[in-house]
Design a protein around this ligand. Sequence first.
Ligand code: BES
Ligand code: ZN
Ligand code: ZN
Length: 496
Amino acid sequence: MRVEVVRGPAGRHDTPLLAGFLFEGRDAPALAVPGSVLGRSVARAAGDLRGRSGSSHLFHADPGDAGPLRLLLLGAGKPDDCDPEAVRRLAARAVRKASELGIERVTIDGLGVPSIEPERFGQVVAEGAVLAAWRFDELKTRRGEKDPPASRVTTVEVAAASDLDATRAGARAGAIVAEAENFARTLQSRPGNVATPSHLADRARDLASEVGLEVRVLGPREMRDENMLALLAVAQGSAEEPRLIVLEHHGGTRGDAPLVLVGKGLTFDAGGISLKPAKGMEDMKFDMSGGAAVLGAMRGIARLGLDVNVVGIVPSSENLVNGSAVKPGDVIGSREGKTIEVINTDAEGRLILADALSYAGTFEPEAIVDCATLTGACVVALGHHASAVLGTDEALVEELRAAGDLSGERCWPLPIWPEYRRQLDSHTADLKNVGGRPAGTITAACFLREFVGNAKWAHLDIAGTAYGKGKLPYQRPGGYGAPTRLLIEWVRKRAA
Ligand code: BES
Ligand code: ZN
Ligand code: ZN
C-alpha cells in the first residue's frame, strides 16, 4: 500500500472517497464545497451529524461532479479525547470502509483534528491505514461467507493543510512501522506445523538479506557449545530442533553498546509433561508472539535506518511431550551457570529466555528489553488493554511506558521487590522455575532477573496483548503484532 501526502483541505480533490472526522459538539469539517451536491447533502443532514464515536455517514456526489465522488464523515467522539491512538483507529475505519466499497484509493483529511503534531499525525494515519488493510489468507483456498473482502485499497492519501514535509516524514515512518507489525502478525498467524523454530530462522535469514541486517542462527550443537542447557531442556521433548536467532542492525558508531531486544519464540506450547487443558490450546501457536515482534521491530529499525546499534535475539523451541521430555522435579543447568528445579514444565518460556538473556549479556548492551507471552497471571492482572512492564532500571521502565502510550501499545508497571524472589527458593537447586499462585507475573520476572547479570533490563509480559478477538478497527481476530510498534518507538527515542 502506498501512503502519500497531499495538500488539504481536500474538498476539491479528485478522489473516489474522501474521509473526514466529525467531533461531538462541533460542525462538520468544511470539506464539502458549499453549494456542490456533496455540500448540499451534508447541509441537509446537519441535524443528524452528532459525531458520536463509532457513527458514520456516507454522502455521494453526482456522477461527473468535480472533486470527491464520496464523502465519509466518521464520528470521532469528544474533541478532548482525540489522541494519536484515536486517529489511528479513525484512519483504520476509513480504510475498512473503502475495502467494503471495493475502492482503490482513499483520501483522509485531518481538518478539525485538535492538537496533534503534523509528523505524529502523518505517522498514525499511515499506521492505522496500513494495519487495517492487513489480513491472513495464505492458507485459504476459498473465501468463506464471513471473511472480509480482500482489500483493494492500494493508495492512501493524507491531506494536510500545512507542514506537508513533516506530515510526509511521519507518514513514511508510520507506513514502515505498520508494515513491520504486519510482518510480525503474519508470522504469528502461521500455525505450529508451519511456523516451526527452523521456519522462524529461515524467515529471519530472508529478512536479513532483504533489509540489510547481520544474521546468525544457533542450532542444538552451537547451543551445547554455549551451555544453553535450559533452552535445550525445553526442546528435548519434541522432534523439531530449537533455534536461537540473532539479528544485528549496525546503525550507530562502531563499538557503541547496542540495545538488545529479546523475544520468546515458543512456536507451540502444549505445556510439556505438565500438559495444558485442551480448551483453547490451539491459541498456544501464538506463544512465539514476542519473537515475532522482535523480528518485526528489527525489520522496522533497519528500514527506518535508525542511528543506533540494535541486536534482536529470538530463542525458539516447541514445548511438547515425548519419552525424553523434561519432567517435573528434574534439575537442569543454564548458560549463566545456575541450576534450576523444573517444578512445572509449562513454565518453559522463562527457561528459554534465561539462556537468551544470559547470551544477550555478551553484547555488553546499553539495555536489554525482552517481550514474552509469559504468564496467564498477567491477563488476570491487566486484562487485554496493557502489557505488564517490570525491570531493574526505573528510567528504562518509564521510557517503555511512555513508548507504550505513544504507540498505542500500552504497558503498565508492576514491582519486582526482592521479597518476591523467596517464592523461587528451592531445596534442591539454585532456584525453582515457578513461585506458586501469588503474583505469578512478578515471580516470572524475578526468575528472568537471575539471568541478566548487571545489565539494565526490562521485561514486557504480553500474554494479554499479543493476540485476541480483534476488537479494534485496525486489528483482525488472531495475532496483533504487538509490541512491535512499542519496541520501534522506544528504539527511535533512544536513537534521537
Ligand atoms: N505461554 C504460557 C503463558 C500464557 C498463558 C500465554 C495464557 C498466553 C495466554 C506460559 O508458558 C505458561 O504456560 N505459563 C504458566 C506458568 C505457570 C505454570 C507458573 C501459566 O501462566 O499458567
Ligand atoms: Zn507454558
Ligand atoms: Zn509458553
